[in-house]
Ligand binder design. Structure first.
Ligand code: FVH
Length: 314
């Protein structure tokens, strides 16, 4: 080896050793976390935390649901107060908000000074009431909306929506990021539930349209898999339309310079006709037609589809 190469090799080895030592020195030690509620979702949350090396304390009303997690290293608490004592960060994921309050009210003293992250689904009003209850008891509060199912926990491609004190999310981001990509919606604790409810509505509308269209294509022998390949590409274009329409909605102006509602009323006629000819249920496209007609009757047929926001605002 030439002198120049020897020097380069030595420098590279030194840099690698330094980088490894620095990484080792700065690698955050996974913080302890408590998980209350070990249904399908709570168990997935606890499993992801354990897999990432977080000391994890668990509690569930039906105690044996903790067994598989205890076998993987979780600590089983005897009751909620003992569970809460196990960590500064406490996640709760049970059936509904009444169950959350029923569980946590007797442990309010033990929760004081800790951070409660409520990943139970509920309404914005319930979330705001829970945040108030937590504040009254000196408990830090974040409300969360999990935008995936249990198998999707631990995948950063999936969002978990948070609202409540942003500084608490910032402080506990490393642990929460283990569960999914944390999305900060701001200080109003109700927003995670509001977004969650709205996004589920969006999902059901998409599912409905996709199932209707899949039935239509299937009537002529197209497999669901083949039709869905094309549908998924189409959804990317649709999301592009949505971004443009969102700007129109925020501006309160709906120029029909791409496709007018009048044109779409005519187009939906083809969908209805194709469905009728194949015996496919037409309730969903008729609902869309109904909404479009209300805009046309109000004199907005020349506007973009985004104008229909007004039908929903009523
Ligand atoms: N599963 C999902 O895909 C969704 C994704 C989005 C978020 N949701 C919400 O998460 C909450 C829990 O859902 P889950 O799927 O874990 O539900 P289950 O498997 O049915 O587990 C329910 C747990 O709740 C406990 N529980 C129910 N009532 C009480 C109560 N009164 N006191 C104490 N615990 C209670 C139940 O305990 P046990 O029956 O095992 O004893 C389970 O731990 C939910 O808000 C979803 O909307 C999940």
């Amino acid at each position: 080896m030439s002198k120049q190469n020897t020097t380069l090799a030595t420098a590279t080895a030194t840099a690698t050793a330094t980088a490894t030592a620095t990484a080792t020195a700065t690698a955050p030690i996974p913080a302890p976390v408590t998980v209350i509620g070990l249904g399908q979702m709570g168990a997935a949350l606890a499993a992801a935390l354990l897999a990432a090396g977080h000391p994890t304390t668990v509690w569930n009303r039906t105690a044996q649901k903790a067994d598989p997690l205890v076998a993987r290293g979780a600590v089983r608490a005897a009751d909620v107060a003992e569970a809460v004592a196990g960590a500064e960060l406490v996640l709760v994921c049970v059936l509904d908000y009444p169950a959350v309050r029923e569980l946590l009210a007797p442990a309010a003293g033990a929760l004081r000074g800790k951070v409660l992250v409520n990943l139970t689904s509920g309404s914005p009003e319930q979330a705001r009431a829970e945040a108030e209850w937590a504040a009254e008891h000196g408990i830090g509060y974040l409300d969360g909306g999990i935008m995936t199912t249990p198998p999707g926990i631990g995948d950063s491609a999936n969002m978990i929506l948070y609202s409540g004190a942003p500084e608490l999310l910032a402080a506990h981001r490393p642990a929460l990021a283990v569960l999914g990509d944390p999305v900060d919606l701001g200080a109003d604790a109700g927003l995670a539930s509001l977004y969650d409810a709205g996004l589920l509505g969006l999902m059901w509308s998409v599912f409905g349209g996709w199932l209707h269209a899949t039935a239509l294509a299937g009537a002529d022998g197209v497999s669901a898999a083949r039709f869905t390949e094309v549908s998924n590409r189409w959804l990317k274009t649709v999301s592009w339309f949505m971004s443009g329409y969102a700007e129109q909605i925020d501006a309160g102006e709906y120029p029909g310079d791409d496709a007018t509602i009048d044109v779409q009323v005519a187009a939906i006629g083809h969908l209805l006709h194709a469905g009728e000819a194949r015996g496919v249920d037409g309730r969903l496209p008729r609902l869309h037609l109904d909404l479009m007609r209300s805009a046309v009757e109000a004199g907005h047929g020349g506007d973009s589809y985004a104008r229909l926001i007004e039908a929903f605002r009523k």
